[in-house]
Design a protein around this ligand. Structure first.
Ligand code: PAF
Length: 281
C-alpha cells in the first residue's frame, strides 16, 4: 500500500490506475481505525478495482469545546491495518494540504435544513465541516464510489444531499453498522468509556430496539420518544435526542413504513450515537 501525504503524489498514482482502466473506491476516515472501518474498505473492494482510504482529523467539523485535540491519532497502527486489509493507497494529508487558506479563510459550505436537526442542533456547524471536507476529498480523489457507515446516519444523508447538489459523479454506498457482541455499535469513541460506562453503553442499542418494537405495536411516537429518553436518563445518560424519523430524517406519522430510530447521548465525557432502521412498522 502506498501512503501519500501530498495531493500531487496521490494524483500521480490515481492517473496511473485510471490509465490502466481501474475503477476507484474511496473510504474517508479520521483514523484510529477499527474493524468497522476495515469493513468499509472490504465493501469498497467489492465494488471497485482499487481502494483509496484517507485519514484526516478534520478541524472544521469540531466545535470549540469538542475533542479535536483529544481525538485519538494512531497513524502507525492505522497504516498497518489498512495494508493488512488490502487497501491500495492511503491519503494522509497535513492540514495545509486540505485547507491551503487555513480553516478561517477557507471556502465555506452549508447544507440547509438537514444539518439543523438532531446532531446538527447539538453540534452547530458540525455537518457543514463534514460536507466541506468530504467535498474537498471527492475533488482530490475523484472516486467512482465512496463508502460511508450507516452508524453516522445523519452524516450519510448530508453527504448524499451534498453530492447530489454539487453533481459529484460519485456513487455513495452505505455500509451496515458493525456491533460488538453485546450490541454496542463500534466507534473510535468507545475507548473513552471508563469502568461501568462500557456496560451501560449497551443500553443505547437496547433502547433503539425498544423504540422499534413500540413503534411496531402502533404506540404514538412522542410517547415512545419520551420513554426512550427516560430509560436512558435512568441509566445515567445525558440525552441529546431519542427520536423516530423518516429515512430522509423528516418527521413521520405513527404507523408509517421506513422509519429510523436515532439516539445521541453522553455517558460521562463520551458522546455516543447510534440508530436502528426498521422497514415494517
Ligand atoms: O465519519 C468520519 O469519520 C468523518 O466525519 C469523515 C466522513 C471522514 C469526514 O471527516
Amino acid at each position: 500500500m502506498q501512503t501519500h501525504h501530498t495531493l500531487a503524489s496521490l494524483r500521480a498514482q490515481l492517473r496511473q490506475w485510471r490509465r490502466d482502466g481501474a475503477s476507484i473506491g474511496f473510504v474517508p476516515t479520521m483514523g484510529n481505525l477499527h474493524a468497522g472501518h476495515y469493513a468499509l474498505v472490504e465493501l469498497a473492494r467489492r465494488h471497485a478495482d482499487k481502494v483509496v482510504a484517507s485519514i484526516f482529523v478534520n478541524p472544521t467539523q469540531f466545535g470549540p469545546n469538542e475533542d479535536y485535540a483529544r481525538y485519538p491519532r494512531t497513524p502507525e497502527s492505522d497504516i498497518n491495518g489498512l495494508a493488512e486489509n488490502r487497501c491500495d493507497a492511503l491519503f494522509l494529508p497535513p492540514v495545509e494540504q486540505m485547507y491551503p487558506y487555513g480553516t478561517i479563510g477557507c471556502v465555506q459550505m452549508h447544507v440547509p435544513g438537514i444539518t439543523d436537526i438532531l446532531c446538527g442542533a447539538h453540534r452547530p456547524g458540525h455537518f457543514n465541516g463534514v460536507a466541506q471536507v468530504v467535498a474537498r476529498l471527492f475533488n482530490m480523489v475523484q472516486p467512482d464510489l465512496a463508502v460511508f457507515g450507516r452508524k453516522d446516519y445523519q452524516q450519510l444523508q448530508v453527504i448524499r444531499y451534498m453530492a447530489r447538489e454539487m453533481s459529484f459523479p460519485v456513487e455513495i454506498i452505505p455500509a451496515p453498522t458493525l456491533r460488538e457482541a453485546d450490541g454496542l455499535a463500534m466507534s473510535s469513541r468507545n475507548q473513552y468509556l471508563q469502568g461501568d460506562e462500557r456496560q451501560t453503553a449497551t443500553r443505547i442499542h437496547q433502547t433503539l430496539v425498544f423504540m422499534r418494537d413500540a413503534a411496531r405495536q402502533g404506540l404514538p411516537l412522542p410517547g415512545i420518544e419520551d420513554q426512550a429518553r427516560e430509560r436512558l436518563e435512568a441509566a445515567g445518560f445525558s440525552v441529546d435526542y431519542a427520536e423516530i424519523r423518516r429515512a430522509d430524517l423528516s418527521r413521520p406519522r405513527s404507523g408509517e413504513a421506513g422509519q429510523v430510530a436515532l439516539i445521541a447521548a453522553r455517558l460521562g465525557r463520551t458522546r455516543l450515537i447510534d440508530n436502528l432502521e426498521f422497514e415494517n412498522v
